[in-house]
Design a protein around this ligand. Structure first.
Ligand code: HEC
Length: 466
């Protein structure tokens, strides 16, 4: 009764759900006929040897199980074919070779059970056909789930050409400078390859939409065009990637990894700019925001510094600094870049401690010297730590005289000068830090005129000031 309710009850309520549920079991169920039938064939082969003759009375069980499980697989496969937008031709061949397998194995079952001799080499031929059909059907099934190119995707070119496939596409070179990035090939297409084409390709065309090439994308899906050039609002593609993730129409479907904010922004920008199918991205006058996002997407925003492997620091130096009140932290798992933090120390910094710190100049990229008694004369030493990316000098008695000593810190991305006495020298020093994107100047001696000028010189710099 329970089972009856489960099947019939839910069929009445929503016929497709339960069928799809069974359909999805198909890829699991198909392994049973494959196993039984290959085993049956093997046992038949072994009967040639006297030694194995005793198996003769059992072969019909194996053929029977093979036939029965094929039938179940066929049924579940049929349900699955109802749910999916699979390539019709492949489904047709897959279905009929599956049915052929059932018929052949049923004949073998009958022949073994009744011990009838099939005319001529009948049984041997039949068994050979079964084995070949098992592989053929399985291969078609694999194509349906993974796409026809899956099996040979990584095969050597010689094998690919035997199978009538083109040579492996030479992968596009990784973009190393933004100016060489192609708008479609390097920015738009990889987003779809990573997040969409597993369901939207030639073999598995969900919603009748194929996203493997620009032309196919522009052909649209079952509801027509998915992209309206120049109009994000009217583009179903854009609507679906920006819905809330719980919405039925949200893409990618089935809880697959959604697009990142940068990816969505790039797609939106591309649609607004009339979906160019090729051309250099930077020649299409993207604004700073979208350039930043493109860089981030291509991984061009990471500091080149990190590409370099640094040597481990000397243990003696680490121990000595720890004893003097520094907290040292390794920042990366596979590299020896370090953060040094002195802001928790009770004592003010000494000249000698900074002397020791300089011995870490190859490894040190973050330094926190907040409220540490730093004075102008100390900054000459800190100015030698040329790899610093983040420097916190807040709440120290630092003036313009000291600040100019830092001019060589070309890698700085973040500089904290909160509650210091710096003012005019900022206009000289800050423009030298081309990578700087955060500058903290609240409660310093800087005035709004200085801030205005700094901001004019570098629009991507965020200045925190009140
Ligand atoms: C896990 C499978 C899956 C993935 C991954 C996926 N989709 Fe879909 N997509 C579907 C299914 C199923 C449909 C049909 C049902 C529907 O319209 O919601 C569909 C339909 C669509 C449609 C509507 C086509 C039409 O004309 O009706 C668009 C547009 C679309 N997808 C875009 C995308 C985009 C863009 C991505 C990548 C960000 C993506 N999909 C990733 C499964 C997927």
């Amino acid at each position: 009764m329970e089972l009856y309710n489960l099947i019939i009850g839910s069929v009445a309520e929503d016929p497709s759900d339960i069928l799809i549920f069974f359909g999805r079991i198909h890829p699991l169920v198909v392994h049973f006929p494959i196993g039984f039938l290959l085993l049956a064939a093997l046992v038949e082969l072994s009967l040639k040897k006297q030694h194995f003759q005793i198996l003769k009375n059992y072969t019909h069980y194996l053929w029977g199980l093979g036939a029965l499980s094929s039938l179940v697989a066929i049924l579940f496969g049929y349900f699955l074919s109802l749910s999916g937008d699979y390539n019709e031709n492949t489904v047709f061949l897959h279905k009929w070779s599956g049915i052929a397998l059932f018929v052949f194995s049923a004949i073998c079952y009958y022949a073994s059970k009744k011990q009838v001799r099939l005319p001529f080499y009948g049984k041997k031929v039949l068994i050979a056909v079964i084995v070949l059909t098992v592989f053929y059907t399985g291969h078609l099934g694999g194509n349906l789930t993974h796409g026809a190119t899956y099996l040979l995707e990584y095969a050597p070119n010689a094998i690919r050409s035997l199978a009538g496939m083109p040579k492996k596409a030479i992968p596009r070179k990784k973009v190393t400078v933004l100016d060489s990035a192609d708008v479609y090939l390097d920015l738009v297409s990889p987003i779809m390859v990573n997040k969409c084409v597993s369901c939207h390709n030639n073999d598995k065309k969900k919603g009748a939409l194929d996203l493997t090439t620009f032309e196919k994308l522009m052909q649209g899906g079952e509801n027509g065009d998915v992209i309206v050039p120049g109009d994000v609002e009217a583009s179903d593609f854009y609507r679906r990637i920006t819905l809330s993730e719980s919405h039925d129409d949200f893409m990618p479907a089935e809880g697959k990894r959604p697009l990142t904010e940068n990816e969505i922004a790039l797609i939106g920008w591309w649609i607004e700019n009339n979906v160019p199918s090729k051309g250099y991205f930077t020649q299409m006058t993207p604004d700073d925001d979208i350039v930043g996002r493109a860089k981030a997407y291509l991984g061009l925003d990471v500091n080149l510094l990190f590409k370099e492997k640094v040597n481990p620091p000397k243990k003696k130096v680490i121990d000595s600094l720890s004893n003097q009140g520094f907290v040292l932290t390794k920042l990366m798992k596979d590299n020896y870049y370090l953060e040094a933090n002195f802001s928790l120390s009770e004592k003010p910094i000494s000249e000698a401690s900074l002397e020791t710190l300089i011995q870490l100049k190859e490894q040190l990229i973050w330094l926190n010297m907040s409220h540490s008694g730093i004075k102008d004369e100390h900054l000459e030493k800190i100015g030698q730590l040329h790899k610093l990316i983040k420097l916190n000098l807040s709440r120290n008695h630092i003036t313009d005289q000291g600040l100019v000593q830092l001019s060589n810190l070309q890698n700085l991305e973040s500089l904290n000068l909160y509650a210091t006495k710096v003012s005019d020298s900022l206009l000289v020093v800050i423009p030298k830090f081309t990578k700087l994107n955060r500058l903290y100047l609240s409660s310093s001696n800087a005035n709004s005129k200085i801030i205005e000028q700094l901001q004019k010189g570098n629009e991507s710099l965020t200045i925190v000031f009140d």
